[in-house]
Write a protein that binds this ligand. Sequence first.
Ligand SMILES: NC(=O)c1ccc[n+]([C@@H]2O[C@H](COP(=O)([O-])OP(=O)(O)OC[C@H]3O[C@@H](n4cnc5c(N)ncnc54)[C@H](OP(=O)(O)O)[C@@H]3O)[C@@H](O)[C@H]2O)c1
Length: 279
Amino acid sequence: MQVVEAQVIEVFGARIPTIGLGTMTLKEDVCVQAVKTALQLGYRHLDTAAFYGNERENGEGLRASGVNRNDVFICTKVRQGDLMPDDFARVLEQSLKNLQLPYVDLLLIHWNNPDIPLKLSVGALCKAKKDGFTKHVGVANFTTAMLDEAWAVTSEPLVCNQIEMHPFINQDKVLAASKKHGMAVVAYCPIARGKVPGAEALERIGKAHGKTSAQVSLRYLVQMGVCAIPRTATPEHLKQNLDVFDFTLSDAEMAELKKLNATNMRVVNPPHAPKWDTP
Ligand SMILES: NC(=O)c1ccc[n+]([C@@H]2O[C@H](COP(=O)([O-])OP(=O)(O)OC[C@H]3O[C@@H](n4cnc5c(N)ncnc54)[C@H](OP(=O)(O)O)[C@@H]3O)[C@@H](O)[C@H]2O)c1
């Protein structure tokens, strides 16, 4: 049975394609080819960051794909060391030069910097939107408390919180807080950075649907109303990761996957991470 459902999540006028291509660690021609192939396969959402060192390759892949730029939702991010307004403006200008684009669709604060007041960093983010360098703004790795603080000072809607999500982590609190603010949630590490393939429950559930464990993980997120940005440069995996809209996980299967949240496996936890919400 063909399941018809939104493949775009719309918040505050931002139309975010549910599945995007994560590009962290993809470098040089591998990145160009992955972006080009993904767009030709039907992806319409790219995730890069100044920190990834591949904005130039994302732009190159976009142009090589032949897909109209206006049909693609492009996200980049400003890292925590560059959140003072002058630095912010300077690095954003460089990001746009790298991408060879006049604007992106979504600009995120990559990680908060506790030494810089949110009034300044969020102010710089909002200015980028007012100046026309991004269509929408948002945050990544924000906790429930940080979301409340950011919303208290922002002049523009923060359309998303990009956070780690997969079956092996419980993000219920920050998910609820993001939704309370009307934000979309974009799941990074949606395949738990390669820990999903081989996981017994996901393999078994996948088999029952004629799908892979990676597709089950993505479908679990999609059914929770979350966008996901899996990263791969492998053409077969690129295809599989987009092909998650023609099956539905049952309530029992969703509940079984939800139980795996207790594994409490956080893949991304650098020294500059905030004090995360506890499950
Ligand atoms: N905001 C932040 O702080 C933040 C942090 C981390 C990541 N991100 C973003 O989120 C994106 C995704 O996260 P991630 O790259 O860390 O991890 P991920 O997407 O969860 O995992 C990537 C790994 O999964 C494998 N994979 C992908 N599709 C597969 C499939 N269909 N079947 C089997 N294996 C598959 C890839 O291997 P193959 O190459 O062999 O396919 C790769 O080893 C990043 O690229 C980045 O854009 C953001």
